[in-house]
Design a protein around this ligand. Structure first.
Ligand code: NAD
Ligand code: DAU
Length: 337
């Protein structure tokens, strides 16, 4: 993709957690202009990006599944960076339909616009498309791992990845795909594990661990995901998939203990609650291809330091999450297993 000053990116889902952090990263690291296309579902918030809006960043309210809206936006853009998705596993277990509509049909709609107008596309996906790994295994996911999703969310993302691959092969669109591990950082919805437990502690509630707390996720800072996506967009090989991870495997129990330690609470002050149905055991990424081919390196190497900074961010930004917290906890209570 061109690195010229007048490059315009269309960033779908740019008012969500990772999309908004990506737009912030692009503002600092490039001279590109950005159009954010976001439906502002329960997960998207205009106040997450309102400070960015101005000469370089424009906001368009709308659905990636709306072909009449999407087509001219893609036509005027040099590249599309596709983050928009329904992203939360617990919600998919209760109501999978929006996951198929946005993640599958929405991605299809975007692909047709990309095909018609010849824009470059980067599709942002997840390591969950590969299913899970055993606890007592040293294996990690890499670019040769076959899709084997366990959950409705993961299946919808795997379907979107396969659509992108088919459009590259059949229609010669210029697309790349990344499959990233779990992100943490500012502006993440309090429905997700780390912000939910941080805000529980800040509200005087006990963290809630599903099952035994043994499940392992491969955590990386959202800024490192942003730099990886930009590296792939600018220097990745068309048609290729890159796995993104930063060697951050930790059990959920260890993450909660760390949150409790960093907030001055006893490290066993959490509750074990009913497990998530079909709960994937372990994710782990081998990002050798991204490192070797594109020279990408994560900047945030120390998880405890990064987590401490995120705790400080939630402490300082209660106005951003307070209303969502009540809604999210009502949702969890209403859907209790
Ligand atoms: P998020 O739920 O915080 O944000 C999703 C954004 O997409 C929201 O702003 C929402 O309003 C918007 N959106 C949803 N449906 C839309 C539609 N039909 N049209 C337009 N906009 C729509 O999600 P996130 O955690 O920022 O994840 C972003 C992307 O990264 C997703 O594709 C997800 O699969 C992927 N991913 C996430 C993680 C993670 O740890 N959170 C890890 C790897 C990959
Ligand atoms: O791996 C990448 C994926 O990471 C992304 O594709 C998803 O969009 C993102 O939501 C995330 O999926 P997870 O299901 O791993 O994330 P979540 O934050 O929901 O949960 C992380 C782990 O914590 C998981 O093992 C379930 C557990 N958990 C979650 C919640 C909300 C708890 O133990 N307690 C909780 O209250």
């Amino acid at each position: 993709m061109s690195e010229e000053a007048d490059t315009r990116l269309l960033v779908t889902g740019g008012a969500g957690f990772i999309g908004s952090n990506f737009v912030r990263h692009v503002m600092g690291a490039t001279s590109h202009d950005v159009t954010i296309l976001d439906k502002l579902t329960y997960a998207g918030r205009i106040d997450t990006v309102s400070d960015l809006l101005g000469p370089r960043v424009r906001f368009v309210l709308g659905d990636i599944g709306d072909a009449a809206l999407v087509s001219p936006l893609v036509a005027e853009s040099d590249a599309v960076v596709h983050f928009a998705a329904e992203s939360h596993n617990d919600r998919a277990l209760h109501d999978p339909r929006p996951f198929v509509e946005t993640n599958v049909v929405g991605t299809f709609t975007l692909l047709e616009a990309v095909r018609a107008h010849g824009a470059r596309l980067h599709h942002v996906s997840t390591d969950e498309v590969f299913g899970d790994l055993a606890y007592d295994d040293t294996a990690r996911f890499d670019e040769r791992t076959a899709p084997d999703p366990s959950s409705p969310y993961a299946a919808s993302k795997a379907a979107s990845d396969l659509l992108v691959k088919a459009w590259v092969r059949s229609f010669d669109i210029r697309a790349t795909i990344s499959n990233c591990s779990n992100n943490y950082g500012p502006y993440q919805s309090v429905e997700k594990f780390i912000p939910r437990q941080i805000t529980n502690v800040l509200r005087g509630r006990r963290p809630q661990l599903y099952g035994s707390g043994r499940n392992v996720r491969d955590w990386m800072h959202v800024d490192d995901h942003s730099s990886a996506v930009l590296a792939i967009l600018e220097n990745g090989t068309i048609g290729e998939t890159y796995l993104v991870g930063a060697d951050g495997e930790r059990s959920n129990r260890r993450v909660v203990e760390l949150i409790l330690e960093l907030t001055g609470q006893p490290s066993d002050a959490y509750d074990l609650v009913a497990d998530r149905p079909g709960h994937d055991r372990r994710y782990a990424i081998d990002a050798t291809k991204l490192r070797d081919e594109l020279g990408w390196r994560p900047r945030h190497r120390d998880f405890a330091t990064g987590l401490g900074q995120v705790i400080d961010w939630y402490r300082a930004n209660e106005a951003w999450w307070a209303a969502d917290k009540d809604r999210v906890e009502r949702y969890y209570a209403a859907t209790e297993r």
